[in-house]
Design a protein around this ligand. Structure first.
Ligand code: FAD
Length: 471
């Protein structure tokens, strides 16, 4: 019996597998698809917090090599305002989603996670000791916990009977890469004309003889759509199909907005799109899923090793569900802002003006990039519950000290110790960092869990997050 079965080897499942392996948890990932997706499908944005997490795990360079950096401005409703000049880490990374999955899966398997492809989870039963997972072919597997990272149509969520309330899709969009026979000048003029009124439409050259096309569709249809679907929708909006031919890939997505009622049901948890779906505005879904995984991994590992403090695992739902709720709101709002019509256009004009104020612009960018997250750890100074940006400690960089996914105390007082928690929590005395507080405790996911200078108080917080001391 393994410790954890993860259903789904998308970005969320692969990241979770790697996080669990950092703590020696035996992990089996079951992936329905027999083969990974082709690497040219769908470029996604990795935002600041996800890039920080990759740096915290020593993965950032691998990702930078395979993606394209671009400035972070314009991420909210594609309103073209550059980021305020003093915003830290002011770039995002555009990278094909299959490359993200490949790199995370590689990272997980390098650390000993097992991935079995062509295995769809079709049934589950849980008892006091564990979970029995049934595969589509009838094979039964046993684990202590199961995490459903199996995407929007999650079989795990449905088998649990967890509600997924929200709004169904109101509009569909076709997206793909294809060749166009029409002359470039004709295409450019027509596209400029359509975008005056339809902001959701876009058609851009993308490499040699290929255009990336995003076109609103009249109604729901098959996924993937056909070339004829694209031609029909192009004719409806542009009066011409631009001679579209030779598709490289075609896809369809909607704008449904839904959130799972609970993230944990006994020994079964949900993460990523299995727990939340929303329109792709601002490019946040994958980022959200990867960050779910990083929040859950160390907590589940502590539970499995029998040293998790009471209800630590439940803080996963308590912390991550409100973050998803916030993303659902901001994506929904962005959707309204680029709807056609005089009303949304007027609101967009006003918001564009407002975003001229650095504070408004920063607030929205911090939302989309997830650096504005503040978990509710109780009353405390402004930094409590927030992430700590990377910094030079005078003895290496902060994020380099988090590669192993352990807790970390940064102590400027020179008096503190991690005592009986030293097997789980590192200590750096006298960091040169421009830290404006005496000492902080960072959780393995890089969030500030305590600020102070008192040993007893620190011990209380070490026990709160890391359980009983050893020995
Ligand atoms: C057009 C578009 C653009 C987007 N752009 C961005 C962006 O720029 N940035 C961003 O952050 N997000 C973006 N997203 C969202 C992002 O693609 C998703 O949020 C992300 O894929 C979620 O990852 P996941 O691992 O949770 O789920 P998925 O990627 O859906 O992975 C789930 C995995 O589970 C497998 N699976 C399903 N059922 C089973 C089963 N029963 N048993 C075993 N395995 C199973 C699937 O085959 C799949 O591999 C975009 C989405 C769309 C539609």
């Amino acid at each position: 019996m393994v410790d954890v079965i993860i259903a789904g080897c998308g970005p969320t499942g692969a990241m979770l597998a790697a996080e669990l392996r950092l703590h020696g948890v035996r992990v089996l990932v079951l992936e329905k698809e027999p083969r990974p997706a082709a690497s040219f499908v769908r470029i996604v944005s990795l935002h600041v917090r996800s890039l920080e997490i990759l740096a915290m795990r020593g993965l950032l360079d691998r990702f930078l090599e395979r993606g394209r950096q671009r400035p972070v401005g314009g991420v909210f409703a594609a309103i073209p305002r550059p980021a305020p000049a003093d915003l830290e880490s002011a770039y995002l990374l555009g990278i094909p989603q299959p490359v993200v999955v490949h790199l995370l899966e590689e990272h997980a398997t390098e650390r000993g996670a097992q991935v079995r492809r062509g295995c769809a989870v079709a049934g589950l039963e849980q008892d006091d000791e564990g979970v029995t997972v049934e595969l589509a072919g009838g094979e039964r597997l046993r684990s202590r916990y199961l995490v459903g990272c199996d995407g929007a149509r999650s079989a795990v969520r449905k088998l649990l009977g967890v509600g997924f309330p929200g709004e169904p899709s109101r509009s569909e969009t076709l997206m793909g890469e294809l060749a166009l026979a029409a002359p470039p000048e004709e295409i450019a003029a027509k596209v400029a004309e359509i975008r005056e009124t339809h902001r959701a439409f876009s058609l851009q050259p993308f490499g040699e003889d290929v255009h990336r096309v995003v076109v609103p569709a009249a109604g729901a249809g098959a996924e993937p759509p056909t070339l004829e679907d694209f031609r029909r929708e192009l004719r409806a909006i542009a009066g011409t199909d631009f001679g579209a031919h030779s598709p490289r890939w075609l896809s369809r997505f909607g704008d449904a907005t839904r959130l799972a009622e609970r993230y944990r049901t006994g020994r079964v948890l949900l993460a990523g799109d299995a727990a939340h779906i929303h329109p792709p505005a601002g490019g946040q879904g994958l980022n959200l899923g990867v960050q779910d995984a990083v929040n859950l991994g160390w907590k589940l590992a502590a539970e499995i090793h029998g040293r998790a403090p009471e209800s630590l695992l439940d803080t996963y739902h308590a912390e991550r569900r409100p973050v998803a709720e916030d993303v659902l709101v901001n994506t929904r709002a962005q959707g309204e802002l680029w709807a056609p019509g005089a009303g949304p256009r007027a609101v967009r004009t006003l918001l564009t003006e407002l975003m001229g104020l650095d504070e408004v612009n920063r607030f929205l960018i911090e939302k989309i990039t997830a650096i504005g997250i503040r978990y509710d750890f109780g009353e405390g100074p402004g930094l409590l519950g927030r992430r700590l940006p990377d910094t030079d400690l005078g003895q290496g960089r902060l994020y380099d000290r988090l590669h192993r996914g352990r807790g970390l105390v940064l102590d400027r007082t020179g008096r503190l110790t991690t005592g009986g928690w030293a097997d789980r929590v590192d200590l750096i005395a006298d960091p040169a960092a421009a830290l404006e507080v005496p000492a902080v405790l960072l959780r393995p996911d890089g969030y500030v869990a305590w600020i102070g200078d008192d040993q007893q108080d620190l011990d209380r917080h070490l026990a709160r997050w890391f359980g009983r001391p050893a020995g």
